[in-house]
Write a new protein. Structure first.
Length: 389
């Protein structure tokens, strides 16, 4: 089990990664809370309620359920949850435990930050995306219209408890979706982590909690190190948006129905890597045409065989090794480009791109013509339009 200390303006909190992490709640619940609530989704709660209650000591906590899916990240759902808490007697000394994936974490964190001007919350993420990314750092949000995470707050939880055993009940697609965020963290961190991920990717399956614990812990460390240096995303923390500019636009243009968040980030990583090569920031090498060429043999993901490949090629290969992505062949490049300047990180309509220069180094670049982004998107569609998806 690994423990990290996340530093914030409002006080530090622990992020604990490992089997048995839920037991850390026992030391928190004795601090005089008037009531304790668990915000979760029906499916995940039905599967894990008994075990979570036994390990955390929260068998008597009251449960508030939210519908699964991105549509729950809305102001209307936040209002409904707040109303439910009020009806069940939640006050300023209540604790809200967020037991679920990124939707529950983002929505519940937003409710906690605003309910009676703020109550304590604990993040207990149950997906890979939640454990390595969204639960750590105190960012909360809901979507408004077509804009993802438009309304939100910075509100640190009392703790983050990530137990990889809970990932054993995930479907394969949801599990794989989170691995694209792990790839993003490995690109940011450098060659050691990236090579480890290349080497161990084949053994990362939902049921293999011991193997997951090591990789997830390393990914969380990347997030914690960045957040500790830039809690409120003034500069450095923007690097965590690698792959997200294209990714968010892809989610929005398809109404959050075709792609899981991590899948959109996977496409975003492919697109921004191609953009970096096109603009000369990342050394270019001939790219394979489609997934089949990227996954031609099992040993090609190993560091030993990577010496003759560029970093861009290695990024592409690792993304494709995770598994199939929903196709983008019929996603309008014109609509994608129209949405890009509305990204929350844009200033005055100018996009601040996170561009990879090599594995372990990115830079934030403004002023890239939208025509370049559109050309990259069309090229990516052409590369992946074959039947070998």
């Amino acid at each position: 089990m690994r423990r990290f200390r996340v530093r914030t303006e409002k006080g530090d909190y622990p992020a604990v990664v490992g089997c048995g992490a839920w037991g850390e709640l026992r030391g928190l619940v004795d601090r005089g809370y008037s009531s304790i609530f668990v915000l979760t989704e029906k499916r995940i709660w039905n599967r894990w309620a008994e075990e979570f209650g036994r390990e955390s000591g929260l068998q008597a906590a009251r449960v508030v359920l939210v519908p699964s899916g991105e549509k729950s990240k809305s102001l209307a759902e936040a209002e409904r949850v707040a109303g439910t808490l009020l009806k069940q007697g939640a006050d300023r000394r209540s604790l809200l435990v967020l037991f679920g994936g990124g939707v529950v974490g983002d929505l519940g964190g937003f409710v906690a930050s605003t309910y009676m001007r703020g109550i304590d919350c604990v993040q207990v993420p149950t997906t890979v995306v939640g454990q390595v990314d969204s639960a750590v750092g105190g960012k909360t949000a809901v979507n408004v219209g077509a804009m993802k995470n438009l309304v939100g707050t910075f509100y640190p939880p009392r703790m983050v408890l990530a137990d990889p055993r809970v990932l054993g009940s995930l479907g394969s697609r949801i599990f794989r979706s989170g691995l694209y965020e792990v790839v993003k963290h490995a690109i940011l961190d450098g060659s050691a982590f990236f090579e480890r991920l290349e080497r161990e990717l084949g053994s990362l399956v939902p049921a293999n909690a011991p193997k997951l614990e090591g990789i997830l812990g390393q990914a969380v460390k990347v997030k914690v190190d960045v957040v500790n240096r830039d809690e409120r995303e003034h500069s450095l923390r923007q690097v965590l948006n690698l792959g997200h500019t294209f990714g968010h636009a892809l989610e929005e243009v398809t109404g959050y129905r075709r792609f899981l968040h991590g899948e959109a980030v996977g496409w975003g990583l492919l697109a921004v890597t191609l953009l970096a090569e096109r603009l000369g920031y990342l050394k270019s090498q001939a790219a394979p045409q489609g997934r089949a060429a990227n996954a031609a043999s099992e040993d090609q993901g190993s560091p030993e065989s990577a010496g003759d490949r560029s970093d861009g090629e290695r990024i592409r290969r690792l993304v494709w090794r995770i598994g199939p992505l929903p196709p983008i062949r019929n996603v309008s490049s014109r609509t994608i480009i129209r949405l890009l300047p509305h990204d929350k990180k844009a200033v005055g309509g100018e996009i601040r791109w996170v561009i990879p220069e090599r594995i372990g180094k990115v830079r934030i670049v403004a002023g890239i013509p939208l025509a370049e982004a559109r050309a990259v998107w069309k090229e990516l569609q052409q590369q992946t339009s074959a039947a070998d998806y």
